[in-house]
Design a protein around this ligand. Sequence first.
Ligand code: MG
Length: 243
Amino acid sequence: MECNTVKDALLKIHQLKEGDCLILDIDDTIIMPEAMMFHPCSPFSKFIDDLKKKKHEKLPQILSNWRLRRKIKLVEEDWVEIINLLKSRGVKVIALTAMQSGAFGGISSMEEWRVKELREHGIIFSPFAQNSIEKIIDKENAATLHQGVLFTGSHPKDKVLNGFINKYTKPNKIIFFDDRLEQVQLLHDYCAKANIDYRGYHYTAASKRVYDSAKDRGAFQTKELIETNRWFEDEDIEKNLRK
Ligand SMILES: [Mg+2]
């Protein structure tokens, strides 16, 4: 089901009971980069995905440096209150993010970096693996769990969720939000097989923000990242232009 604001799903979310589970993707679901070039209307929006696909030789350095420096914002402010309210009612709220685990480029622990970034924006998930980084699937790039966030490593989201459920508990009901339709479908198929009541939202709020091509600094930003491995926010570039 497509959903362009979490407000449209509140009725269903509030029906979740103790032992049920709300599962959230992170990038472009909970948080998104501030820079205009990551808006889906920008010709540069696929820059990071393309780097990953091409397996660019400097990918770990470029990607980790960008992740450490880029500013993010919440896709919708409402998430903080929703997550806290559900946790207080005994609903399990976890994240499921398609991301490398362990060390990557200049980041010594992807798990610790990601959780810290979310905390700084008031996003705190249910305390699974609160003081440790647990392996959920221990092969290739491992799938891991840290402070309620599941990292897929090199594994698909349905397999990672299955590993989590086998290790912890099987919820009666799952509500899942992801900006990628194929992920919503993947968990739909998994839950049908596992006999779990499921509602998946193809969540498009991040793509609904206003795009202004005059404020898109992607040409400069991508060139600098590739050539000098430096990241400049839109506002840094504006300031320099006004000088
Ligand atoms: Mg996403």
